[in-house]
Write a protein that binds this ligand. Structure first.
Ligand code: GLN
Length: 474
């Protein structure tokens, strides 16, 4: 079976009876089985997906089906789905079952989406390569010796390899866009607060966004418009009206696009990516857009600000995993935990992986009484300056363009011993999270080795419609 690459082609075939939802699910299950070496799914809901498919086929026959009838998706292992395990790629959530369903997931189910399984990711969404997972790394389908990106690596490869039509991931600093770029698919991070975070396992609450990964911008936009909007369970969700992003068109006026000079000039960006980005800039100019280079004076402060604030928030968010309330509890008998504090320490030390422990320690340090002002307060101040600089930039431009990543997918193991090198993979993606703006990564060709290259577009808050419209024209 050649996998479908757009929801509209699935819908067309469902309509003519060329395929049924049940057949779609069977085909994906076969493909998932054939591609087990990619390590994409941590759990496949085979029988349940079959049942969902039969139910949707009946609804289609009686004209009662929702807007996502025929869409088969996977969800990242950080989204709660009642009655299903959720592990956040971690040992510490071993044997934990979700007690409720994330609002975003529920809204998709209400429109008859079919969920085929739970997707591998970096532990607690911390990582850029999917190598920090208790389930082992995911492999890039373009070259299985390479990483898929992270943290939503499983979700990106699932779409790349045609194991489902779309995925729902989460993006705190690039986790939807960076793996989408490495895998040659589309990843959309909405404005902060566009989609409810209820039911998303928290990493850094003031950065976290749920976002779709799909074959094309239209499918991503459709998923966004269904997941978005107010929710009584999340007070940070915006009440701005949700428009039909999948139908959005570009405003009828000359559009101004800024591009990041460093993205096409810096020696830190690989040549294939610089050339591909320049090529796209020239195409846009030829098409009549005003395209101009800009510098972001605070560029070098983006990653430090991001990593101080996210580790601080993570150290607080992850304190709930204490071996008592959720999942894993230390049971070692040689040195048993005889008091509460020892139980906490042993459970957390054994339950969390190395990168998560590193971030909890860094974050706890940044929040400690003697260093709070030097790190946390300072980073908050810099965050505001970055936001102000970004606001000023968007007074003159409609979009900011850059490569999504400085390099194509790197080799498995290449950066695991060097966290700083790993963190640099996020240099272009973190700005959107630091300021809360929407951004999308779209495919922009491949390098000489056939590795996908991503192009990132960022827009002002709640301009997802224009963002998706430009992505579609590109
Ligand atoms: N790679 C970044 C990090 O490790 C981003 C992760 C994310 O967006 N969840 O923090």
């Amino acid at each position: 079976m050649t996998p479908y690459r757009s929801f509209s082609s699935v819908q067309a075939d469902l309509k003519t009876g060329t395929v049924t939802c049940r057949q779609l699910v069977e085909q994906y299950l076969v493909r998932i089985d054939e591609h087990r070496d990619l390590n994409v799914f941590t759990e496949v809901y085979a029988d349940e997906a079959r049942q969902q498919a039969d139910a949707v086929d009946q609804k289609l026959a009686s004209g009662q089906a929702g807007r996502l009838a025929g869409m088969v998706i996977g969800i990242k292992d950080v989204l709660n789905y009642t009655g299903h395990s959720v592990r956040a790629g971690s040992r510490i959530l071993e044997n934990f079952t979700a007690q409720f369903t994330a609002t975003a997931v529920q809204r998709l189910l209400d429109e008859d989406v079919i969920i085929i399984g739970r997707q591998n990711c970096d532990e607690f969404a911390m990582g850029s390569s999917n190598e920090n997972s208790a389930f082992g790394p995911v492999r890039n389908a373009a070259d299985t010796s390479r990483v898929p990106g992270g943290s939503s690596g499983g979700s990106a490869v699932a779409v790349q390899a045609g194991l489902c039509l779309a995925s729902i991931g989460s993006d705190t600093g690039g986790s939807v866009r960076q793996p989408a770029a490495f895998c040659g698919v589309v990843g959309l991070k909405p404005t902060y607060g566009r989609i409810s975070r209820w039911g998303l396992i928290a990493y850094a609450s003031s950065f976290d966004c749920i976002g779709p990964i799909a074959n094309n911008a239209h499918d991503a936009a459709l998923l966004l418009e269904i997941m978005a909007g107010p929710d009584d369970f999340d007070s940070t969700v915006s009440s701005q009206p949700v428009s039909a992003y999948s139908q959005a068109t570009l405003p009828d006026r000359p559009l101004r696009i800024a591009y990041l000079r460093d993205g096409v000039e810096s020696a830190g960006v690989s040549e294939s990516i610089r050339e591909a980005t320049k090529g796209k800039i020239n195409e846009l100019k030829a098409a009549g857009y005003i395209v101009e280079p800009v510098d972001i004076s605070l560029l070098t402060y983006l990653l430090p600000t991001y990593y101080i604030l996210t580790t601080a928030e993570a150290s607080s968010n992850l304190s709930r995993f204490d071996g008592v309330r959720y999942g894993y509890r230390s049971v070692s008998t040689d040195t048993p935990a005889l008091d509460l504090l020892t139980l906490y320490k042993k459970s957390r030390t054994e339950g969390f992986g190395a990168e998560v422990r590193r971030r909890i320690l860094l974050g706890t340090f940044a929040l400690s009484a003697s260093y709070y002002d030097a790190y946390y307060t300072k980073a908050q101040q810099v965050r505001r300056l970055i936001r102000q600089e970004t606001e000023r930039l968007f007074e003159n431009y409609d979009f900011l363009l850059s490569p999504t990543t400085p390099t194509p997918a790197f080799k498995l193991g290449e950066k695991t011993d060097d966290p700083l090198q790993m963190y640099l993979a996020d240099i272009f993606t973190v700005q959107a999270n630091v300021v809360g703006y929407p951004a999308i990564s779209i495919p922009n060709g491949t390098d000489a080795d056939g590795l996908p290259i991503g192009l990132q577009l960022m827009a002002p808050p709640f301009a997802e419609g224009a963002l998706v419209a430009l992505a579609r024209t590109l």
